[in-house]
Design a protein around this ligand. Structure first.
Ligand SMILES: [Fe+2]
Length: 189
């Protein structure tokens, strides 16, 4: 049986220009086509990864409790790349609403201008098989969400030479960033 590959997402919005600019900034993307009703952007070899659709009647505001997509996620090749993007975005006034050490990924959750979450992440394992093994293991069974952390603390630790093998653990997050709030609350409210 043929296996399809993931191609793109389409977000309906009432503020297409603001959404376009935000996604282009956060993902280092660029516009491929735009006509006021539709905007297609990409950040890699695909012709478009995200499309924005602004319907003529307008849109109702996104409700955190509405059913539907919670977030889209984008992977960096290394913790250094993820933290570099974090710093670049922070200098432009864009900060994550919720960082989460999932155990399987180290993730920073941002909110776009409409309130959709965007997860910027790095895989914590070198291979998909290792990651899958972790997800089927006891730490994930006990808590499949993970713990919050402070990206400033992680950035300083990374710059001080603390290896990713340590930074990527829930143990590091808990010890270096104590008393963080329940990360799931921020993602569902
Ligand atoms: Fe995710």
């Amino acid at each position: 049986m043929a296996t399809p590959k993931f191609a793109h997402i389409v977000l309906q919005t009432g503020q297409l220009p603001a959404m376009r600019d935000w996604y282009c900034t956060v993902l280092g993307a660029h516009t491929v086509f735009e006509n006021g009703l539709l905007c297609f952007i990409t950040f890699d070899e695909e012709h478009h990864r995200i499309a924005l659709l602004q319907p003529p009647p307008g849109c109702e505001p996104r409700s955190p409790r509405a059913a539907g997509l919670n977030h889209s996620a984008y992977t960096f090749a290394s913790i250094g790349e993820l933290l570099e993007r974090y710093s670049q975005l922070k200098s432009q006034g864009i900060e994550p609403r919720q960082p989460i050490q999932h155990g399987v990924t180290t993730s920073l959750y941002y909110r776009d201008p409409d309130g959709n979450f965007v997860e910027m992440q790095v895989d914590n394992f070198a291979t998909p098989d290792e990651a899958t093994g972790y997800m089927r293991g006891p730490e994930y069974a006990a808590d499949a969400v993970g713990v919050g952390f402070d990206p400033e603390v992680m950035l300083r630790a990374h710059q001080a030479g603390v290896p990713f093998d340590l930074l990527k653990t829930r143990t590091w997050a808990l010890e270096a960033c104590p008393n963080m709030p329940d990360p799931l609350i921020a993602l569902t409210s």
